[in-house]
Ligand binder design. Structure first.
Ligand SMILES: Nc1nc2c(ncn2[C@@H]2O[C@H](COP(=O)(O)OP(=O)(O)OP(=O)(O)O)[C@@H](O)[C@H]2O)c(=O)[nH]1
Length: 531
């Protein structure tokens, strides 16, 4: 098949529909369209909802940081105060003097109560705790060496320091403020330290979870109790070693949270899964002056549900629209089909009507032919006999006269013999024309056989019929048929009979024939009326 003789598109469409192929093509197309719409709606809704979360997340993080770090800043003055206190300096100078140390402990205890800080303590020049506000407690800082802690080393180097860290003894995160304590001669006497615990601010209205993680990713502050002291992911070897060395999570560190990053967004935030807990939008910020991070985790279940709902709606809408279009299309096809059937029916009907007309014409023609004599155009003998039978019946019912006359050409054999058969035929046609012209409507003139004619004249009595016969004789005498060398004239003899009451048709004809015989015998070219 070439391009030029391929069927037009509409024909293909009809073929598709007709062959039942439409569902094979349309159903997958519909499913694909609905699927695409669902996907698009899902992505757009998801993006919008996450955008909304993202816009809300940053101010929450800032608020959190403010709440977290506001309290410790209140204590910046305190280490300096301790470093210059005579009692404490005395205790540092004479650490073996238990009375001085007791006095220092009591002083620190009072200051702690007054200020609300978590622990106040004094380290000697080697970093060992000499006096502490928690000296009475089971886990006291007295006697513990903190020389490796940055707040100590930095104070030695810089005079003072502030430092956020996990407490190695308390295992609680805090804000450490330190101040170098010097002797009057400038030598190092020790370091005064104030620790303010960091506590978890109230984040109930954040719509999610907040975690503060250290450099190794351990969540040391968490809005969810079961996430506290758990690394976000399994600790790296070096982080594990560091945790072991500093001993800051001894006895509290738990299994990793198993955080898996699914996607990183342009903003730097990420979509993560946390173990079996679910699916979260996660944004994190470093905490200034520390190696910590604040992490905000917002659950994405609602976003997923909203996106899925929109996807479902979009797919439904597309499916509905597509089904409506399909229905319209089918409806149009069916309309076109019906229109075509109607046109076909009308065509068939018109063809039938034409056939019917042709048959009627043929039948008329046959009827005329079957009742007509082909040479003269007059009725034939069979038709005449049927007509006479009917006319005779009518005449007798109404008591009306009916005449019958037999008209026979005289010496016609001679015409044929002398001038040939065609001249004979022409003569017969001219005789027939005279008979046709001389009879009225309602009369029936027919060729009875050979050169003999017969006429039925209803409502005609003998006298009237005689007049007609005389006129026929005259007209025949006047016929001039051209023949080689001149013209031919003919005469006819007529036998006339008028039907008697109740007379049979055969009898009437027989009497007319007898009268005709009389006319021939009487010399021809005349009319004889049956008695
Ligand atoms: N040309 C022609 N001749 C016909 C036709 N039918 C009959 N004839 C002839 O008419 C002639 C009739 O002859 P006959 O019956 O002997 O009678 P006639 O010669 O007319 O003599 P009369 O009737 O006694 O006057 C015959 O020669 C037939 O052949 C016809 O259709 N055409």
């Amino acid at each position: 098949m070439t391009a030029s003789d391929s069927p037009p598109v509409s024909a293909w469409r009809q073929r598709l529909a007709g062959a039942g192929l439409a569902p094979l093509v349309l159903v997958p197309a519909l499913v694909l369209a609905a699927g695409m719409a669902a996907l698009l709606a899902y992505l757009i809704t998801w993006q919008n909802q996450v955008g909304r979360l993202e816009r809300a997340a940053v101010p929450r993080l800032e608020r959190f940081a403010m709440q977290l770090f506001a309290p410790p800043r209140r204590y910046t003055y305190l280490p300096h105060l301790l470093a210059n206190d005579r009692t404490l300096r005395d205790a540092l100078s004479h650490p073996r003097d238990s009375a001085l140390v007791r006095e220092a402990n009591a002083y620190l205890e009072r200051q702690r109560e007054r200020t609300g800080a978590t622990v106040l303590y004094m380290l000697d020049a080697h970093g060992t705790g000499i006096a502490a506000s928690n000296w009475r407690e089971k886990i006291s800082f007295v006697g513990v060496n903190y020389a490796y802690r940055p707040y100590y080393t930095r104070a030695l180097a810089d005079g003072d320091a502030h430092f956020y860290a996990m407490g190695t003894t308390s295992h609680r995160p805090g804000y450490f403020l330190s101040q170098l304590v010097t002797k009057d001669d400038g030598g190092v006497l020790g370091v005064a330290v104030v620790k303010a615990d960091l506590t978890m601010p109230d984040v109930r209205d954040y719509g999610g979870e907040v975690l503060v993680t250290d450099a190794g990713g351990v969540a040391f502050l968490s809005s969810r109790a079961d996430w506290q002291y758990r690394p976000l992911k399994a600790l790296s070897a070096s982080d594990g070693a560091s945790v072991a060395r500093t001993r800051q999570y001894d006895g509290v560190l738990r299994a990793p949270l198993d955080l898996r990053t699914k996607r990183t967004l342009d903003s730097g935030a990420a979509i993560v899964d946390i173990g079996e807990s679910g699916h979260y939008y996660m944004v994190r910020r470093p905490v200034p002056e520390t190696d910590w991070h604040v992490n905000l985790l917002l659950p994405l279940e609602d976003v997923d549900v909203a996106a899925a709902r929109m996807a479902l709606l979009a797919a439904g809408a597309v499916a509905l629209a597509a089904l409506s279009l399909l229905y319209l299309w089918q409806f149009r096809l069916r309309l076109a089909e019906r229109e075509r059937s109607r046109a076909e029916l009308e065509g068939a009907h018109a063809a039938l009507a034409r056939q019917h007309d042709a048959l009627t014409a043929l039948s008329d023609q046959l009827r005329v032919q079957s009742s007509t004599d082909s040479l003269t155009g007059l009725f034939n003998r069979r038709h005449f006999m049927e007509s006479l039978e009917r006319l005779l019946g009518t005449a007798q019912r109404h008591g009306e006269p009916l005449a019958a006359m037999l008209v026979d050409a005289d010496h016609f054999k001679r015409v044929n013999d002398e001038h040939g058969h065609p001249v004979g035929d022409e003569t017969l046609r001219r005789l027939a024309a005279v008979l046709q012209e001389e009879t009225r409507d309602g009369d029936v003139a027919a060729r009875y056989g050979g050169e003999e004619f017969i006429i039925a004249l209803p409502r005609t009595d003998a006298a009237a019929a005689l007049t007609v016969a005389e006129r026929i004789l005259d007209r025949v005498r006047a016929i001039r048929t051209p023949v080689p060398g001149g013209t031919l004239t003919v005469t006819v003899s007529i036998g006339l009979a008028v039907a008697g009451p109740g007379e049979e048709m055969a009898e009437l004809i027989r009497r007319a024939d007898a009268a005709l015989y009389e006319a021939k015998r009487g010399g021809r070219d005349r009319v004889v009326t049956s008695a």
